[in-house]
Ligand binder design. Structure first.
Ligand SMILES: Cc1ncc(COP(=O)(O)O)c(C=O)c1O
Length: 458
């Protein structure tokens, strides 16, 4: 009897789950939602985050708009903008921290993915999948110098993991040099290269062999190379973001990357460029490596690589290095990396970047944006410390975290999303779609100016 009751209650529960799923899918299917539906979605989302995702998100996300009535829950996107469930539009200057280079749901990327989806979604894992080969060939053509062979991943951290393992296998060495303020991801290998103590400390010890030197300090880099060599811990690779993103849009000093390249050559180490954020046209060139005329041995890509539609990443390496994986291509694998949908998205994304000259557009619009932001900040030296960047990768550094938070919150209330959270707002980042219009740029600048005038010194 008892067993029957529990069975019944389980089936009732499943029935409720089924009804809930039907409701969710019916909402996903809708182009327009009603006010009541928007309210239901908002409540379910906020309750769901509190009860089942992580209540911590509600603490620091910009969940409440001005007036405090509505939690900001996103629902749809297009071009350089997205809308919340209540239909309020935001210019997306956070850009998913550099995902939306070709805009939100770029029609050519969406078409490529849906066309592929109609025929085959994922690969058999055993036969040869054509789009992987074609995308690898395209990458060999567009990446700097003689970078040639590609391994595909699903995210930035996976691209970094692959690069580190490839460097170890090629060099038979275990020492890596990374830099302060670097961000390479949060899985254990990439976290070893990441610099922020707060993210690393609870997980120590990480992968042995990592040393961090100040970004931009070539003497320290040289001394570290020399020391490693003296103590018999020769360097496998240096891993660097050509322009640091998470660290606060930090540009390298003149000649730095070239000098790092020379040190790597001198000590027989590889140079890994983590272009997860700077790649795919963000900084005014297809890859930031081109800005500095330096060719790495391995380049890591992700974020915008999937065109803001599919999660996708890659490492591309010189043949000499990559050939360590020729004898056994299963030395490093991932089930979904290089799947047909991701490859279709990446191929279409590269197509759009080339056809629409988006890297060049990023350089031109970025320069305009940077200058206008600087003008808007005139007279606010007490709040704004520096505005810097390259292409459409711009950072606004404030004197204090609190000012950055107030500015990003104020801009959000007025319909502009910028990167900056309660835990890290000293430098807010502007990384919009490379397709952003001049009108949209002007609107962002004017809102920035208004907000800056209203924010009291904290
Ligand atoms: C330079 C860089 N590398 C790696 C990563 C990690 O990428 P993901 O979050 O996709 O793992 C990021 C993410 O911000 C990044 O900016």
């Amino acid at each position: 009897m008892g067993i029957d009751i529990s069975r019944e209650s389980k089936s009732e529960k499943l029935q409720k789950v089924s009804q809930y799923i039907d409701k969710v899918l019916s909402l996903v299917e809708k182009e327009q939602i009603t006010k009541e539906e928007a309210e239901w979605i908002t409540k379910e989302t906020v309750d769901g985050f509190r009860e089942y995702v992580n209540p911590g998100f509600l603490e620091y996300r910009k969940t409440v708009t001005e007036g405090g009535q509505f939690a900001a829950v996103e629902w749809s996107d297009n071009g350089a903008c997205f809308k919340d469930v209540n239909g309020k539009e935001y210019i997306d200057c956070l850009g998913g921290f550099g995902i939306y280079n070709v805009g939100h749901r770029n029609p050519k990327v969406v078409k490529a993915v849906t066309d592929q989806l109609k025929r085959q979604a994922l690969h058999s894992q055993d036969l040869l999948d054509p789009l992987r080969a074609m995308l690898a060939k395209i990458l060999a053509d567009i990446t700097p110098g003689d970078l040639k062979y590609a391994f595909f991943t699903n995210s930035g951290t996976e691209s970094v993991e692959a690069a580190l393992k490839l460097a170890k296998m090629y060099s038979e060495r275990t020492t890596f040099i990374s830099t302060t303020r670097a961000f390479h991801g949060k899985s254990l290998g990439s976290l070893s290269g990441t610099a922020k103590g707060m993210f690393r400390k609870p997980f120590l010890p990480l992968i042995p062999g990592f040393r961090h030197v100040p970004f931009g300090d070539i003497d320290m880099m040289r001394k570290t190379f020399e020391t490693c060599s003296l103590v018999g811990e020769d360097v496998a690779a240096v891993i660097l973001e050509p322009i640091q993103g998470e660290g606060g849009i930090i540009l390298p000093p003149e000649g730095y990357l070239r000098q790092v390249r020379e040190l790597c050559d001198q000590f027989g180490a590889l140079l890994i460029f983590d272009e997860v954020q700077t790649g795919m046209g963000r900084t005014g060139k297809m890859f930031a490596a081109e800005l500095f005329d330096v060719v790495p041995d391995i380049i890591c890509l992700a974020k915008a690589f999937g065109g803001g539609v599919m999660p996708a990443g890659a490492v591309v390496a010189k043949e000499e290095v990559f050939k360590s994986w020729f004898p056994n291509p299963f030395m490093h694998t991932t089930t979904f990396g290089g799947n047909p949908l991701a490859c279709a998205a990446a191929i279409a994304t590269i197509g759009v970047l080339i056809e629409e000259n988006l890297p060049e557009r990023s350089a031109v619009v970025g320069e305009y944006f940077l200058e206008e932001l600087k003008k808007a900040a005139q007279g606010h030296d007490d709040k704004v410390q520096e505005i810097r960047g390259k292409g459409l990768m711009i950072g606004i550094e404030f004197h204090k975290d609190e000012i950055g938070y107030e500015v990003s919150k104020g801009m959000f209330d007025r319909g502009v999303l910028v990167a900056g959270t309660l835990i890290n707002s000293k430098t807010i980042r502007i990384e919009p779609a490379l397709t952003i219009s001049y009108e949209e740029v002007d609107k962002v600048v004017s809102i920035f100016k208004q907000v800056l005038e209203q924010v009291k010194e904290v």
